[in-house]
Design a protein around this ligand. Structure first.
Ligand SMILES: [Zn+2]
Length: 267
């Protein structure tokens, strides 16, 4: 036993240098990425919160065309409804003291054809009336056309008298139709009453100042023997007493700049 022990004891010291050399070689050997993965900041930092989103290509907005100095294109008439469509952008003037009602004398008229006649045929700067109400033939039944004069709060060209009072201070409303031949449509009456109600309130015009053309000049049958002002006033009272909210369709004339563009200036 003692001899064997001695041999073993002698052997151990001799093997130490070899083992140390093998260990050093192992330590110097390359380990490779797979055996020692790199940790990312996102995995270690609790405030980063999850992995970062993958990189996205930068999207640039398409190049904008160079601005061209020119007049804006004419805008189409804008359909609208409600009191706002009857209120010009710059508000309502304090000049209005009465309302004068007319008929066109023809069932086939339209605001555009009447304006054409007033401008080309009579040499006026625009449609003579402030408002036109359609009869359903060539302009929608009960629809209001808001003329350029109303947009500009300009005097009318519809009721000539020696002192021109009714043109200067009267709001001209024309019902399309030959009301010497037949009465206005129910929608025309409903719309006229609604419009007159709006105007009398906004302009503080008493109902006693709602006139007919012939009633003022006594020289014309306008707005025709089938037109009854009393029917309109009754309808207005009905709106006031029942709170009925009737909103006719409204078309506002083109921007005055374009309306008056190719025509002669106001005399
Ligand atoms: Zn008239």
């Amino acid at each position: 036993m003692t001899k064997n022990f001695t041999r073993r004891a002698r052997f151990i010291p001799r093997t130490y240098p070899a083992l140390a050399l093998a260990g050093a070689l192992l330590a110097l050997a390359p380990t490779g990425c797979a055996e020692k993965p790199q940790r990312k900041i996102a995995d270690m930092d609790p405030y980063v919160g999850g992995r970062p989103a993958p990189m996205q290509p930068i999207r640039r907005p398409p190049p904008r065309p160079e601005p061209v100095a020119r007049r804006p294109a004419p805008q189409p008439s804008r359909p609208a409804s409600g009191d706002s469509a009857w209120t010009p952008a710059r508000g309502i003037s304090g000049r209005w003291e009465c309302i004068v009602i007319h008929h066109s004398g023809s069932d086939t008229g339209s605001p555009q054809s009447m304006r054409e006649w007033h401008v080309r045929g009579r040499g006026w700067d625009d449609l003579g009336y402030h408002f036109v109400i359609g009869n359903g033939v060539n302009y929608p039944d009960g629809q209001v056309f808001v003329g350029g004069r109303w947009n500009q709060q300009k005097h009318g060209a519809h009721c000539k008298t020696p002192n021109n009072y009714y043109n200067d201070h009267g709001i001209g409303i024309c019902l399309i139709g030959d009301l010497d031949d037949h009465p206005p449509t129910p929608k025309q009456i409903a719309t006229l009453a609604r419009l007159a109600d709006f105007l009398t309130q906004k302009c503080r015009i008493p109902r006693s100042k709602i006139h007919t053309h012939g009633g003022v000049t006594h020289k014309t049958a306008c707005p025709g023997k089938h037109f009854a002002l009393s029917t309109v006033l009754r309808k207005m009272s009905s709106y006031a007493s029942t709170g009925e909210d009737y909103e006719p369709d409204v078309e506002v004339a083109l921007d005055p700049e374009f309306v008056s563009g190719p025509y002669p200036a106001t005399p």
